[in-house]
Design a protein around this ligand. Structure first.
Ligand SMILES: [Zn+2]
Ligand SMILES: [Zn+2]
Length: 100
């Protein structure tokens, strides 16, 4: 077969359970933590609604060069941040009993 088109990377990631677009990335000082982030951007209200001790919010820093990078949002973060904010991916099936 001639003219094989360049294909996107085969690890274009989607959750195997719910097919949501996700990004799995090593983050942290020593790339010690593997994060699976939901690629759905959250607005400020949504971030406040889901915030809990065990659920981190990530700033998804994109650039023209290179892949997007997840950056941990710690205590303070500018409110006019131009990047998308995302959180860990959790499948609906697994999170129903942790809402309260
Ligand atoms: Zn941000
Ligand atoms: Zn899922």
């Amino acid at each position: 077969m001639a003219g094989r088109a360049a294909r996107p990377r085969s690890d274009d990631s989607r959750c195997r359970t719910c097919r949501a677009p996700i990004l799995t990335q090593l983050v942290g000082d020593r790339a010690a933590l593997t994060v699976t982030a939901d690629l759905t951007a959250l607005d400020a209200e949504q971030q406040a609604a889901i915030r809990e001790p065990n659920r981190l919010i990530w700033c998804l820093r994109t650039s023209k060069y290179g892949p997007p990078r997840l950056t941990w949002i710690t205590t303070w973060h500018r409110t006019d941040c131009p990047h998308q904010h995302v959180t860990e991916h959790r499948c609906d099936r697994q999170s129903a009993d942790t809402l309260f």
